[in-house]
Structure formats: C-alpha cells, structure tokens
Design a protein around this ligand. Structure first.
Ligand SMILES: Cc1ncc(C[n+]2csc(CCOP(=O)(O)OP(=O)(O)O)c2C)c(N)n1
Ligand SMILES: [Mg+2]
Length: 755
C-alpha cells in the first residue's frame, strides 16, 4: 500500500470516533498535496500500473462512500430510535472489489461488514437502489427487501445474497455446500438456478477464522479438493486484526492459511483499490477457473469500533486508535481520486456530502415506513404450511416408470411383498422417494455401500449411484452444511445423522441456520430438507448413552422445525412422503427420527407373532402433518399418550392392565412431536377417564411436558394422570439402562396408581 501523506488536524481524544473519522476524511482531502496525473479516459488504469480502470475506480469509490455514510447515518439515527443496528463496515469498504469481480449470480454468504460489497453488487442489476434497500433494513422496516424487518442483514433475492445470522462462522459450511452443489448438479442432471460456472462467495472476519465451524469448513473444502473433486468456494477472510477487543496475533491469518494443502491462499490489500484490485481478481479467477477452494486473505481495518456501543477510547490507547484511523481505506481512496486527476478536492467533497445526504434522506424515509406490529406479521414466514398442496404432493404417483426401474420389476414393488419391519420399510420408502425426486440426494456417514450402521440405506447406492447416495467425511456440521447448500441450489437433501447424540454436535446448523433462513429472509430463501436421525433408546446390549440418546428437547423448541417419529414401517413410509412434500411445497426443514430399537422388531406380544410387521403402503397414501394413530379407539378407561418405543410397549402393557384391572386401554401414538398437535391431544384426553403419558425421554423438558400441557390447557386437567418418563440422567451401558428408561412394568404400575 502506498503511504498516505498523513497530516490530520482532526486527531484528538474525542469520545465519538465516528465524528472524528468523518472529519478526518474532509480534512484529509482539504490538506492533500501531491502530484496529479492527467486522466486518460474511462478504460485507462486509474493510476499507472493499476489493473483497475478509471470507471471501475469511480464506481468502487461511490460504493465505498455509500457504505461509509450508511455507517455514519446509523450512529446518528440510532440514538433517535430510527435505526436499530450499528455494527458497521467502516474500514472494510475494500470488499466492494470482491463484489465487482464476482457476478450477481454467484451466491454470497456475507460477513456483517459487507456494506461496500453490497453497494457494489447492487450495480449488477439495473434499477436497484443500495441506499434505500439498506436503509430499510437498518430501520427494521417491514419493507426491508432482505428480511421484512426481522433483522438487519445483508440479503437480496435477485442479487443472490442469502441473509446470514449473527452467529459468526456458521455460514461457512453451507457456502461449501453450495459450491459442491453447483458442481454436483451436472452429475445428477439437475438444472441449476444460476450459471454452471458460478462460485460461492463467503466472507468472515479474522477472529472468526478460528471458530470450529470455520475450521471444519476449511477442512472439508480441503478434503474435497484433495480428492480432485471440485469445490468452487471463495472464502474471503477480512482481516482487520481484531475481534471485538481481542487482537489476532500479528501474522496469524497468513501463517495459518498460507500453506494449507488444497485451500489455495491469495492475499489482497483491501485498503488500497489501486493495488488490491489485481490481487482480488487473481483469487476470483483462480476459484472460477480451477473450481478449487480458494482463501482470499483481504487486508482491512476497523474504524469506529466494533459497533456503536463500543467506545474504544475506554479500552485502547489513543495512539493505537490514531494509527488505525490513519489506515482508513477511504483516505487512500481519496488519495487515488485526487492523484489520478479524476476528482478535484471540491468534486470529491461534493460527492462525499451528496452521498451523506442520500443516506440520511433514505433513512428518514425508511423510518416513516411501517414496522412489524403484530405477532402474526412477525411469524408469517416462519413455518409456512399449505395443507392441500402438501397432501397432493405427498400423494403424487406420477413417477411409476422411475419407480419400476428402482425396484426392478412389478413383482418386486414393496406393496406386493409380505408385511415387513421398520428398517426394511424405511429403506423401501427411501427408494420410493429417491425415484420420485431425481433431485434428491442421500448422504451421511457410512450410508453408501455399507447401507448405514443398521443397513437401513442398503441398496440405495447401487440403485441411485454414487452421485446421489454417498458417504461424507465424519463431521455432522458439514453434513448439515452440505444439506443447506444442496437446498440452496434447488435439490432435495436427505442428510443422515448417524445417532441422535451426534446431532447435538451440529445442532446450530439446524437451530441457528437451516430453520431460521425462511424467517430471516422473509420466506424468500428456503431450506427444504429431511434430516434422518437414528434415535432413541432400548437397543438391547449395545451402546450406552450415546447410541441410545432419547432427548429430543434440543429439537422440540427450534422454531418452525417439523419433528416426526414413526414407530412402525407403514407409518415410516407415509410420514416420509409427507415430510418430503413439506420440504418441496413449503420449504420446510424436517427431522425424521427413526427408533433404532424398533428397526428389527417383528413381534409385538410373543416371539414369532410377527405383529409388528406391516404392509407397505403403496404410493398415493400419506399421513397428514400432526395426525396421530389411535389403537383401540373406543376404549376410554385409560388413554396412553406416547410415541416411538412407547407404542409397542404400551400396547403390551395394555394387555396386562386389561386382564388385571379390567380396563379397556386406548393407545395414542403421537407420531408428530413438533409441532405437537395440541387440539388432537386435547380431544383424545377429553374422553379419557384416566391418562398415562409415556415418554421415554427425560423427565425435564421431554415431550411428555408438552403433552401434559396440551391436556391441561385443553380442559382435562382434572382427569387422573400419571407420567411415565425417563430419569434425568445419562443412559448407562447394558442392563442398567433399564433403570433409567421406562419399561412395560412401569406403565402397569402407573395404571395401578390410577385405580
Ligand atoms: C459463535 C459466536 N460467538 C460469539 C459471537 C459474538 N461476536 C460477534 S462478532 C465477534 C468478533 C468477530 O471478530 P472477527 O471475526 O474478526 O470479525 P470483525 O468483527 O473483526 O470484522 C464476536 C466474538 C458471535 N456472534 N458468534
Ligand atoms: Mg476482525
């Protein structure tokens, strides 16, 4: 970077660094002295030797100024309650170069300091206004085109900027997933919504590069490239040397990333448009042409603190602040503007002030627009559900040819086979779904040739080949990041998590990311997926806690997530059809919990009775979201509410209860655990003389709590009720597991207490 002739008078120890940074610019321009080149036209280099031409510079400068004045505006109007966000982009405006050198169809997952990037990307489509759109987001206006007033985010549907959450680094896995999806589309014959040679752009800060979620994305990108598989993701690390108040050790980012195999490192000076442009260009072209994961180390700085609430003067030395403020990239841009002869001092300052005015006017205008005022408005995009369309999609049968090809012949169709158990029927249902949706992909740990730990996915790899059924590397965060990437590119991902305990490992990818996208993008972006998870307890003689995890509490409270748990094979098939339809039609994120202990269960009451095997439901049949299954519907002496392993368990207990107490017992399999069908539960409870809630999960925060709440709120609080639940502990190995988990005898004992 060229040294800035720095002779500012504005240096003082003032509290409001935004005012000082603002003043610095003006004074820098006024005091600037230097040689002025003769401008040589729009297409000539802005300065001798620069890869950036004059027109490019003018536009980038304007983008930088828009970004800066949006920040300055936010600091002023925040205190007037007209703006609700002050984390700015000041010092990072050079990221406009990345936007200029990529396309508006390159999906972008952006750092929160992307004001410059956004202003520049807005140029790519005619008729768009970066200032007004951003102002609407700052103002939390309902008209904010990114999030509808739900969050201050960088986002745009037409510009392929997918809004991100505030969780740092959480977007890196899905950016890789999107890059992989761009390439995989060709191999499965899927038509992409963007050009085939697109790349995924993903920016983040230097401190964030250390995060586990970031590191796993870099690792997975390298793992992919190492095998010569394409992964055109451009990771842009905007290195300002600090994360809130923690300094990144000098040289750490370069040292950490410069020599990574299969993550190609490039450096660019983001503080200097004239020098940085060629460097950014090289990185972008490398990524686009080689289709390799690329790491662009972009030098930035951070002026005006982490956010408006960060008074750096209180915790940093003033000398350090001066030095940081002197590295302000806008001062360098001013120098280029003046020395290139493209601007005079007067015209540059006029542009600066005009841009300020534009930002303030837009903000004032945005403040007059409506904000979210009702809960209904807030929640509208969260969990869309169009029952008729979902039903029609779930029952759609127009894929007979592909179905026949998948199963081999008419005689081999699963509905023509004798009744089978859960594992077999989930496998058959998956064959059916993958035949129905050529854009579906099934992936996870060990799912391909081996067919999963429990052979549930056996045969799928052979039938649908490695481009649609494949093993991933061992990382749940990446599995779910890939799923989001495929979803972004219009495919239907069916990720598998090997055990429920390991979902918790990567929970944020669903909780913070996948399930929140519809909400924060005002339903413009969706994450259709069905996540299959081998779940729950009672595996005889195997596993201990981590293979018998039965806590779904972490799933239950994720807003908008659909959670279902079939307890028998036929339900597994019809539920899967509905979940995939929910994903296709309404973009929903669904969790499909498979009770491991029931995978191979064939008998209900006695060995060899075969009563837990069922006929395969032919296509055309589906289960409505929220619909439970009722056994012995007319019975009302006792009603047992349960799901999963609890279903056959309570049916067995019911026999004992009937013979011992003479009660007729109804068993209600909830099947859908989130959202709970409160009306259905209330209705079933109303006609009950006594109630048992059987939930194998833990006493605290288990599904049982939700069921009892629905019963009480439904008006049946006075009905005698017993709860049979797991203990608040981890599950031990071997026979001791049964001390923790509820058993048949516990259900009978609970019934006795209701006498
Ligand atoms: C997972 C997570 N942990 C903590 C935070 C709080 N936080 C927000 S920004 C930030 C620092 C990020 O620094 P860096 O990545 O260098 O980006 P910069 O703000 O410097 O541009 C922290 C700790 C967060 N948003 N997400
Ligand atoms: Mg930083």
């Amino acid at each position: 970077m060229t040294a800035i002739p720095y002779s500012l008078t504005a240096r003082h120890k003032g509290f409001n660094r935004a005012e000082i940074v603002d003043q610095n610019f003006t004074e820098f321009v006024q005091l600037w002295q230097g040689d002025v080149h003769q401008p040589r036209g729009d297409h000539a280099p802005v300065l001798p030797g620069s890869a950036l031409n004059a027109q490019g510079f003018r536009e980038l400068l304007e983008s930088q100024l828009i970004s800066r004045h949006l920040d300055l505006m936010a600091r002023v109007l925040r205190v007037q309650n007209k703006v609700f966000y002050t984390i700015g982009s000041s010092g990072h405006e050079g990221n406009a170069m990345v936007a200029r050198l990529t396309r508006h169809t390159d999906p972008a997952f952006l750092h929160y300091r992307s004001g410059g990037f956004m202003a520049e990307r807005f140029r790519k489509l005619p008729g768009m206004d970066p200032v007004m759109d951003s102002a609407l987001s700052f103002a939390a206006s309902m008209e904010d085109p990114a999030s509808g007033g739900r969050h201050k985010v960088w986002g745009s549907k037409p510009l392929w900027v997918l809004p991100q959450t505030s969780t740092i680094a959480s977007h890196l896995p899905k950016a890789l997933g999107t890059a992989v999806a761009i390439e995989q589309a060709r191999r499965i014959g899927h038509k992409l919504p963007i050009p085939e040679d697109s790349i995924a752009v993903c920016s983040f800060g230097d401190a964030s590069s250390n995060h586990a979620t970031a590191q796993t994305a870099f690792n997975a990108a390298g793992w992919t490239a190492y095998q010569k598989l394409p992964a055109p993701v451009l990771y842009v690390c905007e290195d300002n040397g600090i994360g809130i108040s923690v300094k990144t050790p000098n040289g750490w980012v370069a040292n950490n990333f410069r020599h990574r195999a299969d993550l190609d490192y490039f450096y660019a000076d983001g503080l200097d448009l004239a020098d940085g442009y060629a460097q950014v260009q090289e990185a972008v072209e490398h990524c686009r042409t080689t289709r390799r994961p690329t790491f662009l180390h972009l030098r930035t700085t951070r002026v005006m603190g982490h956010a408006g609430t960060d008074f750096e003067i209180e915790w940093r030395s003033v000398e350090e602040l001066f030095a940081v403020e002197a590295s302000d990239p806008l001062l360098r841009s001013a120098e280029i503007a003046l020395s290139s002869g493209l601007y005079t001092k007067e015209s540059l300052l006029a542009l600066y002030e005009v841009t300020r005015k534009r930002c303030f006017e837009a903000a004032e205008d945005a403040d007059r627009r409506p904000r979210l005022t009702t809960l209904e408005q807030v929640m509208k995009p969260l969990a869309p559900y169009t029952p008729a369309a979902v039903k029609a999609e779930a029952e759609r049968t127009d894929y007979q040819d592909r179905r026949l090809a998948a199963f081999g012949s008419e005689e081999k169709l699963p509905e023509k086979q004798p009744p089978r158990h859960l594992a077999i029927q989930i496998g058959q249902a998956l064959h059916d779904i993958m035949a129905k949706y050529p854009e579906s992909l099934l992936f996870g740990e060990d799912v391909a040739m081996k067919g999963g730990v429990y052979t549930v996915t056996k045969g799928l790899h052979k039938t649908f080949k490695g481009s649609r059924v494949f093993n991933t590397l061992l990382d749940e965060t990446i599995i779910l990041g890939l799923a989001q990437g495929y979803a972004n590119m219009g495919m239907l991902p069916l990720p598998e998590i090997q055990y429920l305990a390991y979902f918790h490992n990567a929970c944020d990818q669903i909780r913070g990311e996948a399930a929140s996208l519809q909400f924060f993008s005002n339903d413009q972006y969706r994450n259709p997926m069905v996540m299959r998870v081998a779940s729950l307890g009672y595996q005889k003689g195997f596993g201990g806690h981590f293979h018998n995890d039965n806590s779904i509490s972490a799933l239950r409270d994720i807003p908008g997530l659909v959670v279902g748990c079939p307890s028998r094979g036929d339900d597994a098939a019809t539920m899967l059809r509905t979940m995939t339809a929910l994903a296709k039609v309404d973009g929903r994120v669904c969790a499909y919990l498979e009770p491991i202990a029931l995978y191979m269960t064939k008998d209900l009451y006695d060995a060899g009775d075969g009563q837990w095997q069922f006929e395969y439901p032919a296509p055309g049949q589906a289960m409505t979201l929220g619909e439970g299954r009722i056994y012995n519907e007319s019975a009302n002496d006792l009603v047992v509410f349960t799901f999963g392993n609890g279903v056959p368990m309570s049916l067995r207990a019911a026999r004992t209860i009937e013979s011992e107490l003479g009660w007729k017992v109804r068993v209600v399999d909830l099947r859908w655990l989130a959202p709970l069908n409160n009306a259905f539960i209330a209705e079933q409870a109303k006609s009950a003389k006594r109630i048992i809630v059987l939930d194998e999960g833990r006493r605290s925060a288990g599904v049982g709590e939700g069921v009892i709440t629905a019963i009480v709120e439904g008006g049946s609080g006075a009905t005698p009720l017993q709860r049979v639940v797991g203990a608040d502990t981890y599950t031990p190995l071997a026979g001791a597991a049964l001390l923790v988990l509820p058993g048949e005898a516990d259900v009978v004992a609970a019934a006795r207490k209701l006498v």
